[in-house]
Design a protein around this ligand. Structure first.
Ligand SMILES: CC[C@@H](C(=O)O)C(=O)SCCNC(=O)CCNC(=O)[C@H](O)C(C)(C)COP(=O)(O)OP(=O)(O)OC[C@H]1O[C@@H](n2cnc3c(N)ncnc32)[C@H](O)[C@@H]1OP(=O)(O)O
Ligand code: CO
Length: 141
């Protein structure tokens, strides 16, 4: 089921401050323009790497799912890892059959790459919040 590592999600109280870190400390040159995803409750900015992406996420709105994480980690930190899968509904059903908790309604939502995404509760994955993302068509692993 598991495919390519698509991105590592990094929660931050300030995308602007995090962009400065990745640019000035690590020398990142391919940094996108931040954009809002109200349905996901986050503001997003991608840092492109040769083999993957860092997804900087800042809370957006009172119901943002990352408020709790930032309350525990006020300076931010590594929040989730995202793996591509070929068929998101098949992956969800297989995971559920294995006892995993799919977060939210369990129905995929459209993520920042324009394809359906789901999250697996960290309690079922050794303390790591896992995002599954359907591979963009034609880019299957
Ligand atoms: C940009 C769009 C999209 C994309 O296309 O890539 C995204 O990535 S959106 C990213 C943000 N969205 C989400 O994270 C949605 C799924 N997340 C959730 O539903 C919640 O955040 C959560 C994982 C259920 C946590 O909810 P919260 O209310 O903050 O915490 P709890 O108190 O319920 O926590 C229970 C338990 O889990 C631990 N925890 C919380 N967050 C994480 C985390 N990111 N990584 C690892 N562990 C986490 C928390 O510490 C609690 O542990 P215990 O205290 O030991 O019970
Ligand atoms: Co993500």
């Amino acid at each position: 089921m598991i495919g390519r590592l698509n991105h590592v999600g990094v929660a931050t109280p300030s995308i602007e401050a995090s962009v400065a870190l990745y640019r000035d400390m690590l020398g990142a040159t391919k940094i996108g323009t931040p954009f809002d995803m109200p349905a996901q409750g986050v503001r997003v900015c991608f840092v492109d790497l040769p083999n993957s992406q860092i997804e900087l996420i800042e809370p957006l709105g009172d119901a943002s799912p990352i408020h709790g994480f930032l309350a525990k980690n006020p300076k931010g930190g590594q929040h989730h890892v995202c793996f591509e899968v070929e068929e998101i509904l098949a992956a969800r059903d297989e995971l559920r059959a294995k006892g995993a908790t799919i977060l939210g309604t369990g129905e995929p939502r459209i993520g920042a790459h324009g394809t359906p995404i789901l999250f697996i509760h960290p309690k079922d994955m050794g303390g790591v919040l896992i995002e599954l993302m359907e591979s963009p068509k034609g880019e299957g692993h």
